[in-house]
Design a protein around this ligand. Structure first.
Ligand code: SF4
Length: 369
């Protein structure tokens, strides 16, 4: 069977071999629902992606979209329910705990830098431990630690090496957390909402640090965020997730200037725009569905103003939009052009960022402050 359009985009042969590749990975959790019943949380389903050296892929979605489940599967802190992971072209046993090589090569940067650093240890200890564990300390461990601090722009490094986490700002703590990941010479950084707990004024510095690591150290980066504006700023490719599925994939500029999926338009409409005080569509469009009992057909149909009959019964496949751009939406099915036109006209006018025709562009989201 040939790959779906979004899988072909994410496995782009022009960019060489991916460092880390996921093929149809799925995660279900068994949970209690009510007193005696058990149910299944469909947390992430049939996700394919490829991470390339020197490139940032952003995963964007609301809470409950499956972003964090995806990061846990890629970091292999959670076993897969189905699908495969390939590291440098080799299948890794996704049902087993990762070996030391994988742990070293694929590093996770967490959202809360204060919780991820032991408050009783100095920066020197925090950065020395991974070097010692992996035999990477070199002849002069102090100089290696100072180099790590310089790589994350904590300078003069000598002023930071003996500080405790509580003596650092949020941005400085996140830089120490990234330096700890860099200590083991990773090939892949999975950054799970790395700036969402930082003051707006210091977010840009951390995003620029990630961009430097991509450009100068050729690290493959997965940037997970709910903020599509920051994804546009940093990423080369954006994947939009909704209710456990990838609904749209595109180069970052195309995603924000020519979104094809109604949910992507909703996210863009919610991005802050200082030039307008209009109410956005997001506030009126309901909440994400329960993943224990997700909607039939397209999971977005209860919130979608363009929903057609088919949307309620059949899950849309991935349709190509343009070069490098694909989306899961029946409006893009050439065989349903007439029904789609009717759905658009019935939806009527919508607020800024959600033009009635999904082919219409919206203004690019602003860059983060
Ligand atoms: Fe889903 Fe249908 Fe809306 Fe497309 S038009 S997003 S398939 S509900």
């Amino acid at each position: 069977m040939s790959a779906a359009p979004h899988e072909e985009i994410l496995a782009d042969a022009d960019r060489g071999r991916p460092v880390l590749e996921a093929i149809g990975i799925t995660k279900h959790y068994r949970v209690g629902v009510g007193k005696f019943k058990r149910g299944t949380v469909h947390a992430a389903e049939d996700i394919s992606l490829a991470l390339y050296p020197g490139a940032v892929t952003a995963v964007v979605g609301e809470s409950g979209s499956g972003k964090s489940t995806l990061t846990r599967m890629l970091a292999r802190t959670q076993h897969l329910t189905a699908g495969e992971l390939l590291f440098e072209g080799r299948e890794v046993g996704a049902q087993k705990a990762p070996d030391q090589d994988y742990r070293r090569a694929v590093q996770l940067v967490l959202q809360d830098p204060f919780a991820s650093l032991n408050p009783t240890h100095t920066v020197r200890y925090i950065l020395s431990r991974p070097l010692q564990i992996h035999g990477l300390a070199g002849d002069d461990i102090q100089e290696t630690v100072l180099d790590l601090l310089r790589r994350v722009a904590l300078e003069p490094a000598e002023q930071f090496i003996d500080k405790f986490p509580h003596e650092l700002s949020g941005g400085q703590r996140q830089r120490v957390s990234i330096a700890r990941s860099l200590a083991v010479q990773p090939r892949v950084l999975i950054a799970d909402e790395p700036v969402s707990m930082l003051d707006v004024s210091i977010r840009l510095g951390v995003l620029n640090l990630l961009a430097d690591l991509r450009d100068h150290e050729r690290i493959a980066i997965l940037y997970v965020t709910h903020d599509i504006a920051s994804a546009r700023y940093l990423a080369d490719t954006i994947m939009v997730m909704y209710a456990g599925r990838v609904v749209e994939v595109a180069p970052a500029a195309a995603m924000t200037s020519r979104p094809a999926h109604p949910y992507t338009k909703l996210l863009l409409s919610a991005a802050p725009d200082p030039e307008t005080e209009e109410k956005t569509w997001l506030g009126e469009s309901g909440a994400p569905p329960s993943l224990v009992d997700p909607p039939t057909g397209c999971r977005f149909h209860p919130r979608c103003p363009f929903a057609m009959d088919v949307c309620r019964t059949e899950a849309p496949p991935s349709f190509p939009v343009e070069d490098g751009h694909a989306a899961e939406c029946w409006l893009l099915d050439p065989a349903r052009a007439e029904a789609a036109a009717t759905a658009r006209s019935l939806a009527g006018p919508v607020d800024r960022g959600t033009p009635a025709d999904p082919a219409d562009p919206v203004e690019p989201a602003g860059r983060p402050a």
